[in-house]
Design a protein around this ligand. Structure first.
Ligand code: FRU
Length: 491
């Protein structure tokens, strides 16, 4: 079933989602010949997780996407789990007769012969026609390790300093690094993490890249992203952490203590995210997309005919903060393309009990608010509001805590873990709290204090719940500025 108009209930209007059926992780993001490619874990014959294929979409601007036929389908080695794509600029593989081309490095998932034990091995496919068609390498699989059951999600990059391809791979409770000259044969380099960070679930979908620290001359750090799977012992479900340190072509050194846990997102719905490969040097950005769902309830979300979407592409940078160097996320500048009518307010005062409803529709919108802290203890913005529904984005000034409350956000009862309130510590900067919020048909992304803290959550409000309201619980609060921009549909 192909949906022609992409206007069904809850269908994101400016986030990528599959035309029909199931998606999970974004895969193989690569920029090549003027095009951004997005592949994704896809079950083309059902709206729940099943035999994994790689779906495919292409964009020229990271906002508008063309759907392409399935890139990789299951074969004699199994289903096609997550992985990456690189540009083989110098034909190190020999697949491209001296020219350049795209190589996908992914996990083949099946079972060990005569057993139920999952078998996960890494394989290659290549494309000589800008990703339109793919040929599986006859030497597949190229990397196996019988002693580790969870052995998947290879992310490959060219390590300039040592002139080698490096693969980072999830291996149960740690990541492993392998090195190669031709993408076909790989040598073990090192492992990291069995004692570091969060282990509230199996490690999945790692990524690693180098970023300059903004404002600190000649200082770059390596950022390692590691998603951790759902575990019934934790209400948060699946989520993503990161590490900051150094990588020398062989091993990663964590610059924080083993027990430091850095969360990439404090919402419930940003998982298995990784970054684009081969963005040009002139552009120089590191761009991230995550899957906007959670393994706690991903198979149960209330959509019909299609399921799941990805976050808006985000630019990642590093910044020195009072807590140390932290990852900063902001929506990509290309969002500009779909900005429409804009309303602005300055110096708005909100009184307790007198909630300020704004006469703008907030179905697909961008809200940029700067609150000035006075004596109010809790204030914020209610979005997708009607008489019976609201999603509250609030700041608890006493506990310095930014939160989202989706308990009455709309359809919530499909899973007991969905209706919830959660958030993150956030300190005022110059006595101000800045919120940059992206609202779509079934999601909210909150970038606080210029992207230092991010909360991404799914919500399933009635299409008619479009109100936006400002509130304070006890004392007057001052909104130094507020901008609300309508965002156009990409369809
Ligand atoms: C993460 C994940 C990956 C795996 C894929 C299977 O969400 O579990 O580890 O490759 O999904 O669809």
């Amino acid at each position: 079933m192909i949906n022609v108009d992409m206007k069904e209930k809850f269908r994101p209007q400016y986030h990528f989602s599959p035309e029909s059926n199931w998606m999970n992780d974004p895969n193989g993001m690569v920029y090549y010949a003027g095009e951004y490619h997005l592949f994704y874990q896809h079950h083309p014959y059902g709206t729940t997780w099943g035999p994994m294929h790689w779906g495919h979409a292409v964009s020229k601007d990271l906002i508008h996407w063309d759907h392409h036929p399935i890139a990789l389908a299951p074969d004699e080695h199994g289903d096609i789990f997550s992985g990456s794509v690189v540009v083989d600029w110098n034909d190190s593989t020999g697949f491209f007769k001296g020219a350049s081309g795209l190589v996908a490095i992914f996990t083949h998932a099946d079972q060990y012969p005569n057993s139920d034990r999952p078998r996960q091995r890494q394989s290659l496919a290549y494309s000589t026609d800008r990703g339109r068609t793919w040929i599986k390498y006859e030497g597949n699989p190229i990397l196996a390790e019988e002693s580790i059951t969870d052995f998947r999600d290879p992310k490959v990059f060219w390590h300039e300093e040592t002139h080698k391809w490096i693969m980072i791979l999830a291996a149960g409770n740690h990541v492993r690094f392998y090195a190669s000259h031709n993408l076909k044969s790989w040598e073990f380099a090192s492992e990291f993490g069995s004692q570091s960070g969060s282990h509230a679930g199996v490690w999945e979908c790692p990524d690693i890249f180098k970023l300059p620290v903004v404002g600190v001359e000649n200082t770059s750090k390596w950022v390692m992203i590691v998603s951790i799977g759902n575990d019934s012992a934790y209400i948060e479900g699946s989520r993503t952490q990161y590490f900051i340190g150094q990588f020398d072509g062989i091993s990663f050194t964590n610059e924080n203590s083993d027990d430091t846990v850095l969360w990439l997102d404090y919402g419930r719905d940003n998982y298995a995210g990784v970054t684009w490969s081969d963005i040009s040097h002139e552009d120089g950005r590191r761009i991230f997309i995550g899957w906007m769902s959670n393994w706690k309830y991903a198979n149960e979300t209330p959509t019909v005919g299609w399921r799941s979407a990805v976050t808006l592409p985000r630019e990642l940078t590093l910044k020195e903060t009072s807590d140390g160097i932290r990852l900063i996320q902001i929506p990509v500048a290309e969002l500009e393309k779909i900005r429409r009518e804009k309303r602005s307010w300055n110096q708005l005062f909100i009184e307790p009990g007198k909630h300020v409803s704004l006469d703008v529709s907030g179905e697909q919108s961008e809200i940029i608010a700067e609150f000035e802290l006075e004596s109010a203890t809790e204030f914020g913005i209610k979005i997708r509001k009607s008489d019976s529904e609201e999603t509250i984005i609030g700041y608890d000034a006493v506990n310095e805590f930014l939160f989202i409350n989706r308990i009455n956000s709309g359809v919530t009862k499909f899973n007991e873990y969905f209706p919830c309130l959660h958030g993150a510590s956030l300190k005022a900067e110059n006595n101000r709290i800045k919120l940059h919020i992206l609202v779509d048909s079934s999601s909210v992304e909150i970038f606080a204090n210029n992207g230092q803290v991010v909360i991404t959550d799914l919500i399933f409000p009635d299409p008619k719940s479009t109100g936006i309201e400002l509130y304070t619980t006890n004392k007057k609060v001052k909104l130094a500025s507020l901008v609300i921009v309508q965002l156009a549909s990409i369809f």
